[in-house]
Design a protein. Structure first.
Ligand code: MLC
Ligand code: AMP
Length: 480
């Protein structure tokens, strides 16, 4: 039940077929991927890595990262990917918490050296419940936590998506996502590997390369920012999109206006789905059937979803019928839902109901057709360009700066990023200097794009800052 064996069992019989189509015209075959993974596993075992040990990796995107990821699975170890934007102090926290046995920072060099080690022939046996990956996420509250995803969680979700989205060996996936979060690493990659199909493998999203790649691609996956950026480019035409059978989108809300503009431009409807680190993909619009703007579609097979009532995340509604529950916090149960947060049993217990539903912190409703609509978040979370920013983390940094009495960090509409991070600071200071300091301490995407200074922050009777009022006050900040 090792996920590696499932994936490898679907590689094309002819291993010379390409897996990665690189921007410089080169290709890396499935055979090379398989050999790279076997050598990576061999090196890990030689380094004393045992099943269950964590292997952390922080690096830019490359095919070698995937060789190492698969090698980690093959050796029975646990893959811990870290966003390359994280600063040294952020990484220190993850290392201290997860205690990885190996920490890789230069995958091409690491893989080159692994080639000198004997390949690991036999995949380490793993049970469905054994840990495959730790994905750090801020979840609903508190410090970043490692979501524990098992071999079974990832295998079940990959198989469900592969079927739901109709992948075949004839597909070509355009892969421009980062590979240190679930979207790029599991959702996109696993669909391609299970089909044994090639990926147009781009180091990051850049208009020109994506436009060129669409020429060969049959499926594209991205966050809403990818699609708004494509639409802002006049080179993105109906003809350019014509060979693509599915444009799949998620990680943040897709605006109905983007959906409509995309359809008007290309004649195609974006296929929106909903997911999270703790459960990979939860719902999806249908491949065949109606894709409706603003709805994230139906629960995937095996997923039970219910609405937990009036933003009271700790209370299970007891209503397992998705229909007619009104608007409330979405709760889920199913084969891909994680088993808990790494070394945080109390936090885990708080986030699950007594009957085993995970409380997502997303607010939504189900219509009578069983479609899910997300309308907001009960968690204080900003999603900027598909990346999660936990306001408290930014506030803790700003509150330490001279001149700051208190800060409130909010997300407000941003044409490119969906939501842009804004700090409302009670006190005085220099905007540029504050942004620079936040960028020094935190990953750049978490830093405010704007800082506004105020004499007072609006508070409710309990003295709590009313962020909803601030969001209203500054909702047009990025329009000028
Ligand atoms: C980069 N920056 C960002 C940013 N990304 N700032 C805010 N929000 C972001 N998302 C910083 C950069 O560090 C840069 O700083 C500056 O902002 C300008 O960057 P840019 O050139 O505009 O950004 P770019 O590098 O083009 O990246 C934007 C992006 C990228 C949208 C292409 O962020 C991206 O690929 N996002 C996808 C995120 C993702 O995969 N999420 C899935 C999570 S899993 P400097 O220093 O260079 O000036 C999940 C579950 C699920 O959510 O359902 O899938
Ligand atoms: P992450 O913690 O990075 O896994 O982010 C997961 C969160 O992204 C979810 O809890 C949602 O809030 C959000 N999200 C993902 N997909 C969608 C979507 N299609 N629409 C709205 N929000 C989404």
């Amino acid at each position: 039940m090792n996920l590696y064996d499932l994936l490898a069992s679907r590689f094309p019989a002819d291993r010379s077929k390409p897996c990665f189509l690189l921007s410089d015209g080169r290709a890396i075959s499935y055979g090379e991927l398989e050999a790279g993974a076997a050598h990576a596993a061999g090196r890990l075992v030689a380094q004393g890595v045992q099943p269950g040990d964590r292997v952390a990796l922080q690096a830019e995107k490359s095919a070698e990262v995937i060789m190492i990821y698969l090698g980690v699975l093959k050796a029975g170890a646990v893959f811990l990917p870290l966003n390359s934007a994280y600063t040294a102090s952020e990484v220190d926290y993850f290392r201290g918490d997860a205690e990885p046995k190996v920490f890789v920072t230069d995958p091409p060099a690491w893989v080159a050296e692994a080639a000198g080690h004997a390949p690991l022939e036999a995949t380490a046996p793993r049970a469905a419940g054994d840990l495959a990956s730790l994905i750090y996420t801020s979840g609903t509250t508190g410090r970043s936590k490692g979501a524990m995803l098992s071999h079974g969680n990832l295998a079940e979700n990959a198989l469900a998506l592969h079927a739901a989205w109709g992948f075949t060996p004839d597909d070509v996936l355009l892969h421009a996502l980062p590979i240190f979060h679930v979207h790029g690493l599991f959702v996109a990659l696993h669909c391609a590997l299970l089909s044994g199909c090639p990926m147009v493998w781009l180091p990051k999203f850049a208009d020109a390369e994506v436009l060129a790649g669409l020429d060969r691609a049959t499926v594209m996956m991205g966050v809403p920012t990818f699609y708004t950026r494509l639409l802002a480019n006049p080179g993105f035409t109906r003809e350019v999109a014509a060979g693509v059978r599915a444009f799949i989108c998620g990680s943040a809300p897709l605006l109905p206006s983007t959906f409509a503009e995309f359809e008007a431009r290309t004649g195609q409807r974006i296929l929106e789905r909903y997911g999270m680190s703790e459960a990979v993909i939860i719902t999806s619009n249908p491949l065949d059937g109606e894709r409706i703007a603003g709805s994230v579609g139906y629960p995937l097979p095996g997923v039970e979803l219910r609405i937990g009532g009036e933003e009271t995340p700790s209370i299970a509604s007891g209503d397992t019928s998705p229909d007619g529950g009104g608007t409330g916090v979405i709760q889920i149960r199913g084969p891909s839902v994680f088993s808990g947060y790494w070394r945080m049993p109390e936090k885990t217990a708080e986030e699950f109901t007594a009957d085993g539903f995970f409380i997502t912190g997303d607010v939504g409703r189900c219509d009578s057709d069983g479609r899910v609509w997300i309308s907001g978040r009960a968690k204080d979370l900003i999603i900027s360009g598909g990346y999660n920013v936990y306001p408290k983390e930014v506030e803790l940094v700003l509150d330490e700066l001279p001149g700051v009495v208190e800060s409130a960090v909010i997300g407000v509409p941003h044409r490119d990023l969906g939501e842009g991070v804004v700090a409302v600071v009670m006190g005085q200071g220099d905007e540029a200097a504050m942004i620079a300091e936040a960028r020094r301490q935190l990953a750049a995407y978490k830093a405010p794009k704007r800082v506004v200074f105020v004499d007072e922050l609006p508070r409710n009777a309990m003295g709590k800052v009313q962020k909803n009022l601030l969001r209203q006050r500054y909702e047009r900040l990025f329009e000028s």
